[in-house]
Design a protein around this ligand. Structure first.
Ligand code: SAM
Length: 363
């Protein structure tokens, strides 16, 4: 089918998505980008929402084969920030107009960890209520698979959004990149539990996993629709040198450009297919290409996650090689992000939670 016909459709389907994701020439990709950008303007507006990212611990009980902070990587120094350090970063976010933060870490399910988190969520909420933020900072959690009871506890403490990537919706591929105890079925179950507990649901995938096909990626987008996700966070798969993927580095290097292109096309297709969800332009895009995050915004994303992790631990939270902003301070990341967003003429949403219209419609 002709590209213009697909882009003029009210609703595209999986076959259309495959055609869009297979595009390689500049002119066609630009047409897709423009369509996605216009739908972004129509459904979520031009503002870019800031979520300050605090990577508060790199201790993890899981062993995802691709991840730099997985349990069996002994080449990193493990850390957990104190609640004072987390609070300091959160207060900095509130003072600088970030409406929301994301608390992200490796996965832990023990009571001590969850209780620490409950305490800090309550304290952040308590200490960030002001005239400009009448409900305090918005808090998104990204701490992996937990029980329903835990999700509920964290929601009741005051967090209101949760990100858990499905990573890939191809169960066979999921199996290949995780040890047997981490199952696809459990991951899907957790996504349902997160919603049941009251959270706005965010999910996403890695793009360019060895063995992943265009059809897999189209299925991923369909999965986001079926699970009724409110927010999407996708990014390129990037090799970490302390993983089994290190030996694939030569082939990966050749495919890198295409993975980057596909990541942008996935953002555009997610916007065209899902319309009113929030979509993040993730840091991994910038790890691949210096202006990757700006490009994500130009392909239809409306959320950016500037790094707020204290500088002294940033190098210990490397999920993949080439993480940007490792030596910078939060204030430098702030100036850099603001200028990057301004460079593409997009307004910044200060002091706003920026929940997605997709979620707001359901209330
Ligand atoms: N433990 C939590 C979880 O599993 O959701 C949050 C932290 S986890 C490290 C955050 C995300 O990092 C994962 O969902 C995964 O998609 C991404 N990630 C890990 N290793 C990666 C890699 N090599 N390339 C790209 N993304 C990666």
């Amino acid at each position: 089918m002709n590209l213009n016909n697909i882009l003029n459709k009210e609703k595209i389907n999986k076959d259309d998505i495959c055609i869009l994701l297979n595009l390689k020439d500049y002119e066609s990709i630009e047409k897709v980008r423009l369509k996605a950008y216009n739908l972004m303007l129509k459904y979520v507006g031009e503002k870019v929402y800031l979520r300050g990212l605090i990577e508060f611990s790199n201790i993890c009980v899981n062993d995802c084969f691709y991840c730099g902070i997985r349990k069996s990587n002994n080449n990193i120094k493990r850390y957990t920030l104190t609640n004072e350090e987390i609070l300091e970063s959160a207060l900095w976010a509130a003072e600088n107009g970030y409406g929301s933060i994301v608390l992200q870490s490796g996965e832990r399910n023990d009571e001590q960890f969850i209780n620490k988190l409950v305490d800090i969520i309550k304290e952040i909420k308590d200490k960030t209520i002001s005239d400009t933020l009448p409900n305090g900072l918005g808090i998104t959690l990204c701490i992996g698979e937990q029980s329903y009871k835990t999700y509920r506890k964290l929601f009741e403490a005051g967090a209101h959004r949760y990100l858990l990537r499905i990573e890939t919706t191809n169960p066979e591929l999921f199996k290949k990149i995780h040890p047997p105890k981490q199952t696809y079925e459990r991951r899907v179950e957790c996504l349902h539990l997160i919603k049941e507990a009251g959270f706005q649901l965010g999910t996403g995938v890695m793009i360019g996993i060895p063995g992943q096909t265009i059809e897999d990626l189209a299925n991923d987008l369909e999965f986001f629709r079926i699970i009724d996700a409110d927010m999407i966070g996708m990014g390129p798969f990037i090799i970490h040198s302390d993983t089994i993927y290190q030996k694939m580095y030569d082939t990966y290097d050749i495919e890198k450009r295409r993975i980057y292109e596909l990541s942008l096309l996935m953002i555009a297709c997610a916007r065209i297919y899902l319309k009113d969800v929030n979509i993040a332009s993730t840091t991994a895009l910038q790890a691949m290409y210096p202006v990757g995050r700006e490009m994500g915004l130009l392909f239809g994303a409306n959320v950016i996650m500037p790094l707020l992790t204290p500088t002294y631990v940033r190098s210990q939270y490397q999920l993949y090689n080439g993480k940007p902003c490792i030596d910078e301070f939060s204030s430098e990341c702030y100036d850099c992000i603001i200028n990057r967003i301004k460079s593409i003429n997009r307004p910044i949403a200060y002091n706003e939670w920026g929940d997605s219209p997709h979620f707001n419609k359901k209330r």
